[in-house]
Every structure is written in C-alpha cells, then in structure tokens.
Design a protein around this ligand. Structure first.
Ligand code: SAM
Length: 275
C-alpha cells in the first residue's frame, strides 16, 4: 500500500477527516519523507523533537534512525492513533499538548544532541520557530516543512521583496537554507499553496556583536514596519533628532536614502550599536 492509500485507510478506519483548523495536511510521498530525514542529518545518537506528528508517517522514519523521538501533538484523535501505532517502540514519547504551551527547555535539558524535524502546522509556523529560537534552546538544527512563501522570506537576501524583519531574526540565530521544494500535490488533502523544507543550522555565536539585543530588534522592526520609508525617516520616527541620525549614518557611511530592505544585518547592527 502506498502512503496516500495508507493515509486514507487510517483516516477511514478511525472515522476521521483532516482537521483544517489544525493545519492537517498529511505528507503522502515516502521519497520526500526519506529525503527530509537524510537532509536533516538524523543520527543514531540524536533526540528528535517532532512537532505535529499527525498520523505518524514522518515519525515512523525518524524512530528508525534516531535514538529517541519526542512528538508533540495537540489533536487527541491523532494522539490515539500514534499511541496505538508506536506502542512497541520504547524510543517514542508523546506529549499531548499545544507546542506553544510546553516547556521545551525542560523537555530537552537532559539530552546532548537535539534536532527538530517536522511538517509544521502552517497557521502557527512563525510563532513556533520564534519560540524555538528566542528561548535559546540547545538545539543543533531545525528542519521543517513550511509554506514556500514563508521559506523564501526566511532565506531571503537583501534588496528583495521577501527580505524582512523575520529574515534578520532567522539569520541572527541560524544559517537558513531551502533544501527541498515540495509541490502541493504531495499532501492529503491538497493545500492551496506549495511548500518547501528549510533547514536552520543553529549558530553557536550570532553573526554580529550587539550592545543591546532588544534595541537591535526594535530598530529592525521599526525599519520594516513602513518599508517605503528611508532609513533616515524610520530612525527619526523612533524619537532620534535629525542631527543624531545624520551623524550616525555619516559616520557609518550608510546612504540615508536607503530603505530597510537594502540594509544587511551587519549594517542594522552598526546603526543599533551607534545610535
Ligand atoms: N507530521 C504529519 C505529516 O507530515 O503527515 C502531520 C503534519 S500536519 C501539517 C500538522 C500537525 O500538527 C497535525 O497533526 C496537527 O494536528 C498538529 N498541530 C496543529 N496545531 C498544533 C499545536 N499547536 N501543537 C502541536 N501540534 C499541532
């Protein structure tokens, strides 16, 4: 039985339908599952955190390749299936909760090599990733399926329309890369948009030195909140005098007519450290 038939068979057996509100689009291509596990570099000594295991298609492959899989699932219908399906695996642990409410720090504290691998529920992609990063969890990498458009924003380069405040945050904490393009036909039910798998390698140290992290992120946010504004005007609207802004940009050799989308993370850091 192929994965598409198996998915439909399990749903029918339990009298279930994919719950759209919970972002349930099940991956039905076994080759893509193999590729995710391979490119996530899952090793025998790794503990994998899987967010939203659903019916367990990716989970099954992770269990074969990792030391342990800790899966976090919100839907009790899915949890029931997972508990039955993996009852004989002693390296499977299920946390039946909302991933945004669990204390991940506590869950992973005893493990050395922890990686996140998941096909994420799309309605909360960014909150999940920001939680993983801002909590400064001791993770090695995050390999996740996301909407194509979101993946492109995370991995964008300056001077493009995809480049934004989220790009800067992602690059501050990780080295991001789109590793697999996944057309929408590889899911059941078929979603409206295409997807991609991204890999975020967690940085040991940030790419820039900051005097004040919070101020840096406030500056980035202010810069991108009105993308059409020049950096000159964005800074002025943050309560800096025209004189201050002029002096700093001159000192740093940054053209005041540039917009946030033209500035690199290094330039944002310089401005934040000097203003
Ligand atoms: N991993 C499965 C696969 O690839 O076929 C299912 C992926 S599906 C895109 C997303 C999964 O996340 C669903 O099983 C859904 O129930 C679960 N989910 C949705 N919101 C969640 C939350 N807040 N916390 C944990 N799991 C959640």
């Amino acid at each position: 039985m192929n994965l598409q038939d198996e998915t439909n068979f399990i749903l029918k057996k339990y009298g279930l339908r994919a719950n759209k509100k919970l972002g349930q689009n099940f991956l039905i291509n076994e080759e893509i599952i193999n590729e995710i596990v391979k490119k996530a570099d899952v090793q025998k000594n790794d503990v994998i955190i899987e967010i939203g295991p659903g019916l367990g298609s990716l989970t099954a492959m992770l269990l074969e390749n990792a030391e342990k899989v800790i899966a976090i699932e919100l839907d009790p219908n899915m949890s029931k299936i997972l508990k039955e399906r993996f009852s004989l695996y002693d390296n499977f642990e299920l946390i039946e909760n909302d991933v945004l409410k669990v204390n991940l720090q506590e869950i992973i504290s005893e493990y050395e090599s922890v990686k996140v691998v998941a096909n994420l529920p799309y309605y909360i992609t960014t909150p999940i990733i920001m939680k993983l990063l801002e909590d400064k969890l001791k993770l090695k990498s995050i390999t996740v399926m996301v909407q194509k458009e979101v993946g492109e924003r995370f991995c964008a380069k300056p001077n493009s329309k995809e480049y934004g405040a989220i790009t800067i945050s992602i690059n501050y904490y990780t080295k991001p890369e789109v590793i697999i393009d996944v057309p929408k036909e590889n899911f059941e039910p078929v979603p409206e948009v295409d997807s991609c798998v991204i890999k975020l390698d967690i940085r040991d140290v940030p790419p820039v030195n900051l005097k004040n992290e919070k101020e840096f992120f406030n500056l980035v946010k202010a810069g991108f909140s009105q993308r059409r504004k020049t950096i000159n005007n964005s800074l002025a609207s943050m309560g800096k005098t025209k004189e201050q802004v002029k002096n700093v940009l001159e000192k740093l050799n940054i053209d005041p007519k540039l917009r946030a989308e033209n500035l690199t993370i290094e330039q944002f850091a310089e401005i934040s450290n000097n203003i």
